[in-house]
Design a protein around this ligand. Structure first.
Ligand SMILES: Nc1ncnc2c1ncn2[C@@H]1O[C@H](COP(=O)(O)OP(=O)(O)OP(=O)(O)O)[C@@H](O)[C@H]1O
Length: 254
């Protein structure tokens, strides 16, 4: 299978000033030499405790943040240096309620983002209808987003993330704050994206979700990879992936 993400010994440091006179430098190694790859069509999980370096990694992969060093390639191009070749072919969704206009309907939100991506007017209606259908928003497509539930807003965010028909969709905690029904609907959508041939890289703190959805995953802790493989291989002889995860994280923190 074709590799669409390749990360090797990737590092990102942040330097901040501390102390009363802000003369002391503090270096945070947010991502400290991680390596993994993602193949086309996979649902790939990026897991780790708060502050492990997940968002920093996603920002580098989505061309929003420059690495300090290491290899960070997406669709065969350098995420920093060749970002123009990547941007039109990927998209990302961050959990929470940012990224859509609440004073517009779902349809108008999607028209707006279609225009930003320079999607020809002729193609827009067909694509928007198809996406609204996929995320189960067709019935409410013309109501203002401010009247939507949290789950509907989250689905509208996914719709926004699909507007450029991306080959890779990055999702940072897509089911955060959703009730069980809403979260399940979202997982169904993610599975349908895979059936459609898309690659999905997601972060989540929900281990059952990872077990259910992900083909492979990597667990990072303090910027370093502590485990990678299929949910089954990481679970090993533990009763659940969660048990195995807790032991792994405890092991490196001891
Ligand atoms: N702009 C920044 N300046 C300084 N430190 C930063 C910056 N961005 C992130 N960090 C630090 O880098 C480390 C990794 O942060 P990151 O947001 O990548 O973690 P995360 O795994 O996404 O966490 P969470 O699950 O809480 O979202 C943390 O220690 C964080 O404080």
């Amino acid at each position: 299978m074709e590799q669409v993400i390749c990360v090797e010994d990737l590092k990102r440091e942040f330097v901040s000033k501390k102390g009363l006179l802000r003369r002391e430098k503090k270096v945070v190694k947010a991502v400290d030499g991680i390596s993994f790859d993602v193949k086309r069509g996979e649902i790939f999980g990026l897991l780790g405790q708060n502050g492990a370096g997940k968002t920093t990694t996603i920002k580098m992969l989505t061309t929003l943040l420059a690495p300090t060093s290491g290899k960070c390639e997406v669709l065969g191009y350098k995420a920093f240096g060749e970002e123009k070749k990547i941007r039109s072919r990927i998209n990302f969704i961050f959990g929470g309620e940012m990224g859509v206009y609440r004073r517009l309907s779902a349809r108008d939100n999607l028209r707006y983002f279609s225009n930003l991506y320079l999607i020809p007017k002729k193609k827009q209606d067909e694509r928007i209808d198809k996406i609204l259908e996929l995320v189960n928003l067709k019935d409410r497509a013309d109501d203002l987003a401010e009247t939507y539930s949290k789950g509907m807003i989250q689905r509208l965010q996914i719709a926004r993330g699909l507007i450029n028909d991306p080959e890779i969709l990055f999702m940072d905690e897509p089911t955060v704050g959703l009730d069980p029904v809403g979260a399940r609907m979202l997982r169904d959508i993610i599975r349908r994206l895979k059936e459609d041939g898309k690659t999905v890289l997601l972060t989540t703190h929900n281990l059952a979700e990872v077990e259910e959805l992900c083909d492979r995953l990597v667990i990072i802790n303090k910027g370093k990879v502590i485990a990678k493989g299929t949910p089954q291989s990481i679970k090993g002889s533990y009763a659940s992936l969660e048990d195995s995860y807790v032991e792994l994280v405890k092991g490196v923190s001891a």
